[in-house]
Design a protein around this ligand. Structure first.
Ligand code: FES
Ligand code: CO
Length: 332
């Protein structure tokens, strides 16, 4: 089987479906509008029902295969297909076929599949499998909901890359002083000490600290020592403590649009007493994300190699080794 063969894609899609993924930013799911997206190559329609709750269903109308993302939302919060006006509630049930006389029953084959939804940290999350088949609960980013932080939900980025490649890049500290010297990377600190990566007892969390004297991207302050605190909630989510200074965090979830395309959702939290210029902050973050994206999109094979003998791992690559090992143990 080739590393990009259909078998590998199938394994990735089946297993990745057993986790929660963000499908939209909460603010982008406006009442009365339908948002279309994809998760693991499955088209989805996202909208808010009459109570303002986000709902996620399969995005293809069972009648004639029309994209439900082109539809609208009725006054009572149902999703309406634009072609023949069939209506679906948040449970996916088809509640109206306008062409049928009211006395005729609506066949259950007219229903669409609905998915479990959870809104957290300014994001709409969905899980494509039933609770019994879920491998992990939805990641929880406490700082984004504890009321003691300002929360900035970042611009969404689409990468033509596998989600695992993106996560590994997010946790790859060895490139800071090379690739990011125009922002926070400190060119004087190329040597990276071996990392001590801890695996939680249940095996689902990896963590490590990385002491670093990051440069100030605006150049207004000298480099200051800090410790980046990485916590990886396997396999798709990372929270990075002290990301933009003490008491801040950058939480990131790599949402697989398909086995080879990734939508990066990220949320920053700042202490309440810090003044944040969100536009300037977003611009600096873009100058960090964009070179990362170019690198990761160039990586081959597209699929992260999980055999430890593939690619070369040195002492400062210990996170990558631990991450790949766990992915393999999970069954990827
Ligand atoms: Fe959707 Fe006919 S295609 S109602
Ligand atoms: Co980077």
């Amino acid at each position: 089987m080739s590393v990009c063969g259909s078998g590998a894609v199938q394994v990735f899609e089946q297993l990745a479906a057993c986790f929660w993924h963000p499908v939209a930013r909460s603010a982008d799911v406006r009442s009365g509008q339908v948002t279309g997206t994809r998760l693991l190559d499955r088209p989805l329609a996202v909208w808010r029902d009459g109570d303002g709750r986000a709902q996620v269903v399969d995005g293809i109308c069972p009648h004639r295969g029309t994209s439900l993302a082109l539809g609208d939302v009725t006054i009572d919060g149902c999703l309406r297909c634009p072609y023949h006006g069939w209506r679906f509630d948040g449970s996916g049930r088809c509640t109206l076929v306008p062409q049928l006389a009211p006395s005729r029953p609506i066949p259950r084959q007219a229903d669409v599949r609905a998915y479990r939804v959870s809104e957290h940290a300014g994001l709409v999350w969905a899980c494509l499998v039933d609770e019994a088949d879920e491998l992990r609960p939805r990641p929880t980013w406490a700082a984004a909901t504890d009321g003691r932080h300002q929360v900035h939900v970042g611009e969404v980025y689409d990468w033509k890359a596998q989600a695992f490649r993106q996560v590994e890049n997010f946790c790859d500290v060895a490139h800071f002083s090379v690739l990011h010297v125009d922002t926070f990377g400190n060119p004087a600190l190329e040597v990276v000490a071996p990392l001590a990566v801890e695996v939680s007892d249940d095996g689902w969390r990896l963590s490590f600290d990385f002491p670093y004297e990051a440069c100030d991207p605006t150049g207004s302050r000298p480099p200051a020592p800090m410790v980046f605190e990485y916590e990886i909630d396997l396999p798709f989510s990372v929270s990075l403590g002290n990301a933009s200074g003490p008491g801040t965090s950058l939480c990131m979830a790599s949402s697989p649009l398909s086995a080879t395309e990734t939508r990066v959702f990220w949320v920053c939290t700042f202490p309440l007493d810090i003044e944040v210029d969100e536009e300037a902050y977003e611009a600096i973050e873009a100058r960090i994300w964009n070179p990362d994206r170019a690198i990761v999109e160039s990586q081959r094979p597209v699929r992260l190699p999980l055999d430890p003998l593939e690619e070369l791992h040195l002492s400062f690559d210990r996170f990558a080794v631990a991450y790949r090992k766990r992915l393999k143990e999970i069954g990827f």
